[in-house]
Design a protein around this ligand. Structure first.
Ligand code: NAD
Length: 247
């Protein structure tokens, strides 16, 4: 088992990529805190994971746009398991495409608050715990959109995700001396609820591997970044996009 007796917090864990990362970590022996706005769904999944994997999974309702709610998640994790080894800042949203000149301040705020500030707040809340124990793994869910200026969505999304990639580098530089790593995963188009509505049916034509990604493809990269195998990797972004960003 690659994460035996470790403890992870996964945000946006009730659905899609976050749910698969939570299941994958649990199968590798990791206790998991599922933090999501969809608290009931997270609770049901936590019960399933506990029953299936023999580790303990708990759910905590949380809006990542509110720093104090993320602090409550970290506090709940420490109260239940005594520590936090791994944080996956995964919660995110997109809005439908909109001409750049028409994006309202409200739309900017909505996406930046969740996709960028949610990642920043989660990281800030967990660092004191990780610093005290001189170890930790922080994994941020970025996107190919943040590298190429967007794929299907309005500009709020790629701008947020570019910020997430830069934030990971800034954090990695500051906390490396505490043996804390901070990395990103940049998925291409992954089949989840998020992409169902984006009109991406022909998207695989632009992918050298000629298919869209699965949640398992992303969870595999997250497991690597959470495990000891990635101990000397920090400030990095792993592309999980079938080669899409070469185009
Ligand atoms: P999803 O919509 O299937 O799941 C997102 C989860 O985040 C949901 O459970 C939702 O309830 C939760 N969430 C939304 N807002 C929240 C908030 N304010 N606080 C707490 N939880 C909140 O999405 P997904 O496709 O699994 O995406 C997960 C992450 O991967 C996101 O950050 C997304 O930007 C990123 N990503 C996805 C794709 C893709 O193609 N699906 C590609 C690149 C990056």
């Amino acid at each position: 088992m690659r994460l035996k007796e470790k403890v992870a917090i996964v945000t946006g864990a009730a659905n899609g990529i976050g749910a698969e990362i939570s299941r994958t970590f649990a199968r590798e022996g990791c206790h998991v805190v599922l933090a999501d706005l969809a608290a009931d769904k997270a609770k049901t999944l936590a019960a399933e994971i506990t029953a299936e994997s023999g580790v303990k999974a708990i759910a905590v309702g949380c809006d990542v746009a509110q720093k104090e709610e993320l602090q409550c998640v970290v506090d709940a994790c420490v109260a239940e398991f005594g520590t936090v080894d791994i944080l996956v800042n995964n919660a995110g949203i997109t809005l439908p495409a909109c001409p750049v000149e028409d994006i309202t301040p409200e739309r900017w705020k909505k996406v930046l608050d969740i996709d960028l500030m949610g990642t920043i707040y989660g990281t800030q809340c967990v660092i004191p715990v990780m610093k005290a124990r001189k170890s930790g793994k922080i994994i941020n869910m970025a996107s190919v959109a943040g590298q190429v200026g967007g794929v299907f969505t309005e500009a709020t999304y790629p701008v947020s995700k570019a910020g997430v990639i830069c934030w990971a580098k800034a954090v990695a530089k500051q906390v490396g001396e505490y043996n804390i790593t901070c990395n990103c995963i940049a998925p291409g188009t992954i089949l989840t609820a998020m992409t169902e509505t984006l009109g991406s049916a022909d998207a695989s034509l632009n992918v050298p591997l000629h298919r869209l990604g699965s949640v398992k493809d992303v969870a595999g990269a997250a497991l690597f970044l959470a495990s000891d195998e990635s101990d000397f990797i920090t400030g990095a972004t792993i592309n999980v996009n079938g080669g899409m960003s070469m185009i």
